[in-house]
Design a protein around this ligand. Structure first.
Ligand code: SME
Length: 211
């Protein structure tokens, strides 16, 4: 789907149910937020101690579940499920996979993600270009459309990490978004970088996507 068509669809998905089913919507213009679908909850930030405890559990679960597994998509889907289950500030979680010099959406959990992201755009693009983890406390403070791409207007903060294979080739970026500001910090970076290194660089990996 072309970028313009996707924007049309995303705004339709967010705006149509609001105008059809919500009482107060005719007076409420679309802004930096939208009603959440029934299966998505608003984010809840965690203090450092609670966050570390949640990660210890999540890491143990992911390590155990993926022990002896090598399929890339299976690994990505499992990361998404366990992290979204354990981290209550995880509003959207998913992978953008390097495909033909661009990023295309891979396994994710959350509202509809953009399908294509150019390396020149957004926090995901910056992560792919610089091959370094990016933490953004307030995404709406960034230039919209160039520095940040708002797939979902409810996203307020995010962390995006590069994903490498054993040869240190960039294969994807891993994007976690929160509907609260300042949800992500060095603790997230530490645990997520370690998880990605273990499962995508150090353990066997069979790529199921063409690059
Ligand atoms: N916000 C990202 C785009 C991906 S979505 O948030 C799922 C970015 O600016 O690159």
């Amino acid at each position: 789907m072309k970028e313009k068509e996707q924007v049309k669809w995303v705004s339709y998905l967010f705006s149509a149910p609001l105008f059809q089913f919500s009482n107060n919507l005719s007076t409420k213009p679309m802004s930096a937020s939208a009603e959440m679908p029934y299966f998505i909850k608003p984010s809840v930030n965690m203090n450092s101690e609670a966050k570390k405890e949640a990660y210890e559990i999540a890491v143990a679960e992911i390590d155990a579940i993926l022990n002896e597994e090598s399929n890339m998509i299976m690994k990505m889907a499992t990361f998404n499920c366990i992290l979204k289950t354990r981290l209550p500030y995880c509003y959207w979680v998913g992978f953008y996979i390097v495909n033909d010099g661009k990023l295309i959406v891979g396994p994710y959990q959350g509202t509809l993600g953009c399908l294509h992201i150019d390396f020149s755009k957004g926090v995901c693009g910056k992560t792919a270009r610089e091959q370094k983890t990016q933490i953004v406390g307030e995404v709406h403070a960034l230039d919209q459309g160039s520095e940040h791409i708002a797939c979902d207007p409810n996203s307020q903060s995010e962390i995006v990490l590069p994903v490498f294979d054993k040869d240190k080739r960039l294969i994807a970026v891993f994007d976690l978004d929160s509907s609260e500001t300042y949800s992500f910090d060095e603790i997230d970076k530490h645990y997520l970088e370690r998880l990605l290194k273990t499962h995508f660089e150090e353990r066997p990996l069979i790529k199921a996507y063409i690059q």
